[in-house]
Write a protein that binds this ligand. Sequence first.
Ligand SMILES: Nc1nc2c(c(=O)[nH]1)N[C@H]1C(S)=C(S)[C@@H](COP(=O)(O)O)O[C@H]1N2
Ligand SMILES: [Mo]
Length: 423
Amino acid sequence: MHQDKFEKVAGNGLINRRYLLGLGLSGVGIAAASSVLGADSALKIEIPTWSKVPGPGASAYGRRSTHTEHMQRLARPPDPFYPGGGASLSPLQHLQGTITPNSLHFERHHAGVPNISPAEHKLVINGLVRQPLVFDYEDLLKYPMVSKIHFLECSGNSGSLLRGGNADGTAQSLHGLVSCAEWTGIPLSTLLDEAGVLPKARWVAAVGADAASMGRSVPLNKALDDVLVALYQNGEPVRPEQGYPMRLFCPGWEGNISVKWLTHLKLTNEPAQFRDETSKYTDTQPDRSSYQFTFRMGTKSLITSPSGQMALNRQGFYKVTGIAWSGSGSIRRVEVSADGGRSWADALIESNQFEKALTRFSIPWEWNGGDAVLQSRATDDQGNVQPTRDAVIADQGAINFYHNPCIQSWGINSAGEVSNVYI
Ligand SMILES: Nc1nc2c(c(=O)[nH]1)N[C@H]1C(S)=C(S)[C@@H](COP(=O)(O)O)O[C@H]1N2
Ligand SMILES: [Mo]
């Protein structure tokens, strides 16, 4: 078979990533790879209808192809005792590259999505400042802004893998509380400088204008470092679901602290002890004590294809691809295993490697029709290596399910069915 010429770099069929760089892919001979231009001239290709009649003209607001409408967020069922509460997850297995389309960005709401009129919305800065300030939306648009590509991940993401029991699911249902966008906004330091932070201040208490009045305390050093008051998301005003007209954005930190529908920033000496930093988003240890503040998200990766509940329909060549990210910096390396972690090969990095942003990786793989366990393992520029599930459980015990960066294992059986497995 032609696949024999591929250089195997790890057990169970992993192929040197350079074959994805155009070195020898032509020999793969997948039927789908032949285009109309490349096909045999004797082949009779029918001219499709859409090539014969003009389609609809230009439109005022774009929409996606009707053939891609199966790509949907997965909304968790509403809870009648928790109006507006809940989440929806990004369809990671259908996406490519590193940017999540705004309409598919995951959501997590504690009291639903408020419909805020920007003309009536205010942002107040007060507390331990020389000069309390009130901004309206139009004021803020006049400030210099920066644009940064960053992931956002809920600290509850992937938590079901630590709860044990049956965790069958897709990349989306198990890990879809992560998304990545270009966030454009005003560095919080600019606004704090204008208010004049008093020397006693150590924390910034941020509150949203939703019916949850959700609040979180941000340490002042982070607030002055890279936190944004984000007004735009991938070039358009932040979507209502993401916090229109403005949200706090704390790069690399758990999603909860990026307060949406931001309306109040109060400089304080101590944390405000909001509900979401006392009763929730705290990491309970085996001795039942809890870490109150675990801000930084881990060093993590995930194979998005092939992934849970997909099926491989033939033996042979596959492109294994996925995403990697780190709350501490940029992704330096992603390794992939096809034999459940016994041997590893370096994946090809297919995207930019921005700080605290999704990074796309791929590696070619030949499936021989037997059992396989696909895994990926990320390393960031601080030297952090993604831990195994066993290591996470040994480290933080069985109670806590927040902040789980563990290696995902996708088992493949001889029927080609892909499912979450614990090994
Ligand atoms: N005001 C407010 N801010 C909020 C929330 C909320 O319910 N209300 N949810 C938080 C949580 S738990 C997460 S994970 C992120 C989710 O942001 P997204 O919905 O834009 O993905 O927003 C955070 N900010
Ligand atoms: Mo969250």
